[in-house]
Unconditional design. Structure first.
Length: 450
């Protein structure tokens, strides 16, 4: 897996991702303490609003940013967005009113909503070979998991020496470090695109995404991952502190088991993806999530919440979570031409976070009003719906060549040099705005006009 780090450009971008993630992790912890300082007992409400603002920025800004990603040099865009994030983080220690925090967080997360899809769309241009790109995706998953472990540990050490306001300066260092690493390499220029109106550019990624069966299936599987992930991320502190009566250290240990399962899956996945199709592995990962949530629901009903079964459940959920999410970049790369990738990655970023926008509050509300048994069970049902939706929407043979006819293209058009009737795997674009009907794929009949 580490062989891809021999590529200098990718190595610098991977390090940029790590330092930016560490900075973001420190900011998350500092925001919780800032919210308590500003609002006392209402800190939970303030933090909930901050996370909602974050998700709204992700869902609303990412498609707009994706529409303009090909209009600017990538390095300039990424460095500028890192510097915007660093500037906002520099302002956060001086916040004295809750509304100021809300405004700054919206600006910071809007910059992140533009940065992340553009960054992700750059990697397949640097590592075009699918096996190397797969290993890069696994490294990216590992980076997220390590951040979940390292950031709290680093914050705990720093907080014994300095005030929490200093954590924001750590965030500034992370974003500035990311900008310096990005500016140290040359990035591929974005592919030229045909002139389009603002509406067309803004919605293009969504239209390609929702017209592609494997990506509709991916969205459904994202819902399964968000249902299980929200149960872990929102309710671990409730289960450990309130139900089990344990301390903060045990909260960190439980989250560490979730991260450990995810890391293990990310390490092993490249080997499996070399031999098995993405679809069966990802649907299998969703099934693991459903089984783990149902098992924990049954456990909490029979014996109340118990420490060791909870750790085991979190570890298994971490495995399923990583198996569902890690290969998603391969599907996105396979489903869009190079010039459309920023828009499609932005659509994935927005739509996947829309799933979290539903499951975050749902997980917290269910455990509050109905208890852990019901929360586990209902989120298992939601994850099961995502798994079934993924199985139905993502047809097994959607990557096969399909014979079709272009009646509307001139005979000398570059796309029909091999004849107006030809066969190739379908990617949604200007020449193929619709996916072939499933029944024709199954019957093998061709000559469909695209």
């Amino acid at each position: 897996m580490l062989s891809v780090l021999a590529d200098r450009t990718y190595r610098h971008l991977f390090l940029a991702q790590i330092v930016a993630l560490l900075g973001s992790g420190l900011a998350t912890i500092a925001l919780g303490l800032l919210a308590y300082d500003l609002s006392g007992d209402r800190a939970g409400l303030v933090l909930g609003t901050i996370f909602t603002i974050k998700m709204i920025a992700y869902v609303g800004i990412a498609p707009i940013a994706g529409a303009f990603a090909n209009r600017l040099p990538r390095r300039t865009m990424l460095v500028s967005l890192d510097l915007i994030r660093a500037t906002v983080a520099l302002c956060l220690p001086f916040v004295s009113e809750v509304w100021q925090a809300y405004v700054l967080i919206f600006v910071l997360q809007s910059a992140s909503a533009a940065f992340t899809p553009t960054f992700q769309a750059t990697i397949p241009d640097i590592l075009p070979e699918e096996d190397r790109y797969t290993r890069a995706l696994s490294l990216s998953r590992l980076a997220y998991d390590l951040e979940n472990i390292v950031s709290p540990m680093l914050a705990a050490i720093l907080l014994t020496l300095v005030s929490y306001h200093v954590l924001f300066f750590g965030t500034v260092i992370g974003f500035v470090g990311s900008a310096l690493l990005v500016v140290s390499v040359l990035l591929p220029s974005p592919q030229a695109t045909a002139p389009r109106g603002i509406y067309d550019r803004t919605t293009r990624g969504m239209r390609i995404y929702l017209a592609t069966p494997r990506l509709r299936g991916l969205l459904s599987l994202n819902l399964a991952a968000a249902a299980a992930g929200a149960m872990v991320l929102v309710n671990t502190v409730v289960l450990v502190r309130s139900d089990l009566g344990l301390g903060d250290a045990q909260v960190a240990i439980a989250l560490g088991f979730f991260g450990g399962g995810s890391m293990l899956a990310a390490l092993l996945l490249p080997r499996f993806l070399d031999k098995r199709p993405d679809r069966s592995l990802m649907i299998g990962g969703a099934a693991v999530l459903v089984i783990a949530l149902l098992g924990l629901s049954l456990m909490s009903r029979v014996h109340d919440t118990q420490w060791l079964p909870l750790l085991a459940g979190w570890f298994v959920i971490g495995i399923g979570y990583s198996v569902v999410l890690t290969p998603s970049g391969r599907l996105l790369k396979r489903s869009a031409h190079a010039e459309d990738r920023p828009a499609v990655y932005a659509a994935q970023f927005a739509l996947s976070h829309a799933c979290w926008l539903v499951t975050y509050p749902l997980a917290g509300w269910l455990i509050t009003v109905a208890g852990p048994t019901t929360a586990f069970a209902l989120l298992a049902l939601l994850a099961a719906a995502g798994m079934v939706g993924g199985s139905v929407l993502w047809t097994p043979d959607d990557s096969r060549p399909f014979e079709h006819t272009h009646e509307d293209l001139a005979e000398n058009h570059p796309h029909v040099q091999q004849g107006r009737t030809h066969s190739h795997p379908i990617v949604i674009d200007d020449y193929h705005p619709h996916w072939p009907r499933v029944e024709m794929l199954k019957s093998g009949r061709g000559n469909k006009t695209i």
